[in-house]
Design a protein around this ligand. Structure first.
Ligand code: 0WD
Length: 257
């Protein structure tokens, strides 16, 4: 049985009730995990309030800011985890960012700054958070990140985010190789398109969703809960032999020619 009782799980990337990270947090909670939740801080504290109200019913024992471009904040986050939890078992990396102007039109129009920012927030952050979690995963652990087919195939308008996802998927493999001897597994979930705040920035996302509904074997897109269930599996002992993999949760879309 899927059981995460006694596991300390940090979930990043909840922006609202459409976020994939919200689906994952709910399923980890359901399986018995003790949750820590991070939010992206903004000047007016709007995100903090909104995310706090949303996650309160899951009784997270930690609720802290984490902008992955802010090194001091990451250090503080993991110091708090060390002091309050002692150890961490699960890290969910469920965040990405590219400017809206970079998610439509010609890929080659991307600026150096836009390229660097997308890779930094969407790919480097997995390395950074994993490095911070590593010394605290004293009983082994599971790290799960979210990726998309646009990292292995050209998908219209995904542009620089495709490059970031390709880097992210390679990060998964290098991290899995490095952390495996410490009993830490690292995997990615490649989710089918879901309407969220982040995906709404990608040009033509609704057309992509309709295309999946037409082509995918299951004739529908996936839900946050389905991605959450796959994440719970990858975080549990049921997947103890799996690391360095990308698991497609996409209604089977990627197998179709
Ligand atoms: O179709 C989709 N929605 C898919 C999403 C298909 C396949 C994969 N994914 C991936 C995304 O690329 C991302 O890695 O899933 C992950 C979660 O995305 P989401 O659930 O679609 O989007 P959303 O609810 O917007 O959450 C992403 C969050 C941010 O939200 P906004 O929309 O405010 O950018 O990532 C967080 C933030 O909460 N985020 C950051 N967190 C820490 N530091 C940062 C940052 N600098 N920037 C964004």
């Amino acid at each position: 049985m899927l059981n995460l009782n006694g596991k300390n799980a940090l979930v990043t990337g909840i922006a609202n009730n459409r976020s994939i990270a919200w689906g994952i947090a709910q399923q980890l909670h359901e399986a018995g995990a003790n949750l820590g939740v991070t939010y992206l801080p903004d000047d007016k504290g709007r995100f903090e309030k909104k995310v706090k109200e949303l996650v309160d019913p899951l009784n997270p024992s930690l609720f802290l800011p984490c902008d992955v471009q802010n090194d001091a904040q990451i250090e503080e986050l993991f110091t708090t985890i060390r002091d309050q939890w002692g150890r961490i078992d699960i890290l969910i990396h469920c965040l990405a960012f590219a400017g809206k102007e970079e998610l439509s039109g010609d890929f080659s129009n991307v600026s150096r700054a836009g390229f660097t920012r997308a890779l930094d927030i969407s790919a480097y952050s997995l390395v950074q958070l994993s490095a911070a979690a590593k010394p605290l995963m004293t009983q082994g652990g599971s790290i799960v990140t979210l990726t998309y087919l646009g990292g292995v195939r050209v998908i219209p308008n995904y542009n620089v985010m495709g490059i970031a996802k390709a880097a992210l998927e390679m990060n998964v493999r290098y991290l899995a190789a490095e952390l495996g001897p410490s009993g830490i597994r690292v995997n990615g979930i490649s989710a089918g398109p879901i309407r969220t705040l982040a995906s709404s920035a990608v040009g033509g996302i609704l057309e992509m969703i309709h295309h999946v509904e037409e082509i995918a074997p299951l004739k529908r897109t996936v839900t946050q809960t389905e991605v959450g269930n796959a994440a719970a599996f990858l975080c549990s002992d049921l997947s103890s032999g799996i690391t360095g993999q990308i698991l497609y949760v996409d209604s089977g879309y990627c197998i179709m020619g």
